[in-house]
Design a protein around this ligand. Structure first.
Ligand SMILES: Nc1ncnc2c1ncn2[C@@H]1O[C@H](COP(=O)(O)OP(=O)(O)OP(=O)(O)O)[C@@H](O)[C@H]1O
Length: 260
């Protein structure tokens, strides 16, 4: 199930936050969404989920405009892991994960065997079984982030759109999360993930979509896009490769202004 972004322009307030973005995202691959703060990464994810209105252009999922899909179908096809791990509901972690099955069943139906198997699998994958009975407000930020991932995985979406999923995780769980995202794509599903750490992107991404000020700077295989000179132009700091890791270095001219 391919995900095509065609000439997407989004205005928020009076600002153009996305300006004519076009990219053909492929399932079975991890696409990292990169760019400085305010580049439009979250807005692009939200537009792909039909959570914000677009001014022009469209997003096609398996050839269907996402805005024309009924919400349950959209939720079955597109799983969303938002940036904030804040939760309104203080319910046991397992109950939260169970909510991930909602798009698969009618509102008042109980969980069936398929639902229970998907929930157990998602909780095992995210290492959340051991706090399944604890209330979500009593979990640490990282534990809550993993429960939220479990909720999305329980829905078995065709695409997973994750906004900075590593933000509150310790290094072990960051690597684990990267492995999960990679494994999800290896099953033939699609992954779009917003990342700030370019080393993580270099490690996990098959493709990179690089944004700056709402415009597409580059889209293509990670090895081609993650080019130190291009990154320096976009981020305003230098990058050098240390082994397979991209390490930021201070701006060469010492001024820190972005070359635009
Ligand atoms: N509701 C809104 N109304 C007006 N402008 C907004 C709104 N939400 C976001 N913006 C602006 O849109 C631009 C893109 O924001 P967005 O959150 O998509 O960027 P981002 O690349 O995800 O940033 P970050 O890395 O800081 O999370 C920013 O300039 C932001 O200030």
């Amino acid at each position: 199930m391919g995900l095509s972004i065609e000439g997407l322009t989004v205005w928020l307030g009076k600002r153009t936050v996305l300006d004519g973005i076009t990219a053909e995202l492929r399932p079975g691959r991890v696409t990292a969404l990169l760019g400085p703060n305010g580049a439009g990464k979250s807005s692009l994810l939200r537009a792909m989920l039909a959570l914000i209105a677009v001014e022009s252009g469209r997003v096609l999922l398996d050839g269907c405009d996402v805005t024309a899909l009924d919400p349950r179908t959209r939720a079955r096809w597109l799983g969303y892991l938002p940036q904030s791990a804040e939760l309104a509901w203080n319910i046991p972690a397992r109950s939260l994960v169970e909510l991930g099955r909602a798009p698969h069943r009618s509102p008042f139906a109980g969980l069936d065997e398929t639902d229970r198997a998907a929930i157990e699998r998602a909780m095992a994958l995210t290492d959340t079984v051991r706090f399944a009975d604890r209330l979500t407000h009593e979990l640490s930020g990282g534990e809550r982030a993993r429960v939220l991932l479990a909720r999305v995985l329980a829905g078995e979406p065709d695409w997973l759109l994750a906004d900075e999923p590593l933000a509150s995780l310790d290094p072990a769980h960051q690597l684990d999360m990267l492995g999960r995202l990679h494994g999800f794509a290896a099953e033939g599903r699609g992954v779009v993930v917003v990342l700030h750490d370019l080393s993580h992107a270099a490690r996990i991404a098959d493709d990179v979509l690089l944004l700056s000020e709402g415009r597409l700077v580059a889209f293509g295989p990670a090895a081609d896009v993650l080019e130190p000179e291009r990154l320096e132009q976009v981020y305003g700091v230098g990058f050098e490769r240390v082994g397979d890791v991209l390490v930021p270095t201070p701006p060469r001219n010492g001024e820190g202004d972005r070359a635009r």
